[in-house]
Design a protein around this ligand. Structure first.
Ligand code: FES
Length: 276
C-alpha cells in the first residue's frame, strides 16, 4: 500500500506535501521565529503559501520548510493526533498542528506560535525538560504493595495477571488517554504565573494511577500532590480540559485529588496511626 497521496496535496509519509491543485488562492502564516543566543527577541515572519483546502497546519508548515525556508524548526511525528509532538498556538489557541486545518482560518492570516509558558528552544520548539521532571515526580506507573521505589519503574509490580472489572477500568480510563502534548500547560494561567506548579497533565496522570485498582502508590505520590505546588495550586479555571485534544479532563482529576488529600488529612486526626 502506498502512503503517497493524490492531487489533494496531503503529504506522503515523509511529511512533504504532494502535488497540489493550483487554486490560485493563497493564505498568510505569521510564524514566530526565534533562536536564543542568535536573535535579540522573538519576531513574527510572514509566509504567503498556496491555500489548499485539505491541508492541515502541519502540511502548511511542511510546505514552508520544503519550499520557502528550510531553517524553520517545529516538532511532529505521527500526523494522527497520537504522539503529542505537534502542539502549537494558532491565533492564540493551543492546538495540535496535525488535526487543525488551514481552512478553519481562511482567508484570514494565521499566527503560529510555540506553546505558551515554556522557554523556546528554537522557533516553534519548546523546552520540555521541566515538564518531564514534573511527570517523573508523580511516579506515573503502577506500584505494587510494598514495591521498592528505588528500583526501575518496570519492576514496581510483579509479573502476572491483574484482572479488572469494567467499573474499575472506568475509574481511570479517560485519564490514560493523555498524550503529553502539553496544550494544557500552555492554556493554564496558574502554570503561567507559577512555573513550579506541577500542572494539569502530570497531576492528571498521578490521578490516573491513584484511581487504578491495581496500584498501591497513593502514599508515594501524596507528598508531590499535596505540597504547595501540587493540586492546591490549581484554581479550577478549567481551560486545560477545554483544549485537550483527547477529551481528558485534567481539571476534574485535580479536584478529585484535592478531595482525596483533604479526606486523608481529616482522617489523620481521628484514625489510629497506620489505620485505613
Ligand atoms: S504529529 Fe503526532 S500528535 Fe500531531
Amino acid at each position: 500500500m502506498s502512503n503517497a497521496t493524490s492531487a489533494s496535496g496531503t503529504p506522503d509519509n515523509t511529511g512533504k506535501p504532494a502535488a497540489r491543485p493550483d487554486s490560485g488562492k493563497t493564505i498568510t502564516l505569521e510564524i514566530l521565529r526565534y533562536i536564543p543566543g542568535q536573535h535579540d527577541k522573538p519576531e513574527f515572519q510572514p509566509f504567503q503559501i498556496p491555500y489548499v483546502e485539505d491541508w492541515s497546519m502541519l502540511d502548511a508548515l511542511a510546505y514552508i520548510k520544503d519550499e520557502l525556508d528550510s531553517s524553520l524548526a517545529y516538532r511532529w511525528s505521527c500526523r494522527m493526533a497520537v504522539c503529542g509532538s505537534c502542539g502549537m498556538v494558532f491565533n492564540g489557541e493551543p492546538k495540535l498542528a496535525c488535526e487543525t486545518f488551514v481552512r478553519e482560518y481562511y482567508p484570514q492570516p494565521i499566527r503560529v506560535e510555540p506553546l505558551g509558558n515554556f522557554a523556546i528552544e528554537r522557533d516553534l520548539i519548546i523546552d520540555q525538560a521541566p515538564f518531564l521532571a514534573k511527570l517523573e515526580s508523580v511516579k506515573p506507573f503502577i506500584i505494587d504493595a510494598g514495591a521498592d521505589l528505588k528500583k526501575p519503574a518496570n519492576e514496581t509490580i510483579q509479573a502476572g495477571e491483574y484482572k479488572q472489572t469494567p467499573l474499575q477500568l472506568a475509574m481511570f480510563k479517560q485519564y490514560s488517554m493523555c498524550i503529553n502534548c502539553l496544550l494544557c500547560y500552555s492554556a493554564c494561567p496558574q502554570f503561567g504565573l507559577n512555573p513550579q506548579f506541577t500542572g494539569p497533565a502530570a497531576l492528571s496522570l498521578a490521578h490516573r494511577y491513584n484511581a487504578d485498582s491495581r496500584d498501591h502508590g497513593n502514599e508515594a505520590r501524596a507528598s508531590v500532590l499535596n505540597e504547595k505546588d501540587g493540586v492546591w495550586s490549581c484554581t479550577f479555571v478549567g481551560y486545560c480540559s477545554e483544549v485537550c485534544p483527547k477529551s481528558v479532563d485534567p481539571a476534574s482529576a485535580i479536584q478529585l485529588e484535592k478531595v482525596s488529600g483533604a479526606t486523608d488529612w481529616a482522617l489523620s486526626f481521628i484514625m489510629p496511626k497506620g489505620a485505613k
